[in-house]
Design a protein. Structure first.
Length: 152
């Protein structure tokens, strides 16, 4: 998986955030050194409290959560750009302490590009990605887990 994120701004530092009933987002970007920029973002859920509002014990004892984060550093000089991007995500769901699912994604990329003219450029990307998932049966009589990983 190749992750392409916007580059941070060179003009000024920017920060932001948003929240909803289920999750929150925080971002920051700006210059880093003479020719570099940094861009970052973090999202996380806090949705478990919603399950507690239900009277059904199966829903009340369930949980769901996720978080993900990105970080990108870019360095530009003489028409060349060198950047590195990090991405990580985690999702988790458990139903009434009976079964659950878990997903994780990590990606790292290193990119070099050279602007030839307004319509042409060269680009080279080196990418590492890992995706992992698991399914759990949490009931005492059948407690088990099935896990799978993919690397590329």
């Amino acid at each position: 998986m190749e992750v392409n994120l916007k580059e941070g701004t060179k003009k000024m530092e920017g920060k932001g955030g948003r929240k909803s009933n289920f999750c929150a987002l925080v971002t920051a970007d700006g210059p880093l050194g003479k020719n570099g920029t940094l861009s970052s973002g973090l999202r996380a859920s806090y949705s478990d409290y919603i399950f507690k509002l239900f009277s059904d014990v199966n829903i009340k004892t369930s949980s769901a959560s996720f978080y993900d984060g990105t970080l990108k550093y870019a360095f530009k000089k003489n028409g060349h750009t060198l950047s590195t991007t990090l991405y990580s995500a985690h999702d988790n769901f458990i139903y009434s302490n009976k079964f659950g699912f878990n997903y994780q994604t990590q990606a790292v990329s290193l990119q070099w590009s050279k602007l030839i003219d307004a319509n042409k450029s060269n680009k080279l990307s080196l990418v590492y990605s890992k995706y992992a998932s698991s399914q759990q049966d949490l009931s005492p009589a059948f407690e088990s887990a099935l896990k799978a990983d993919i690397l590329f």
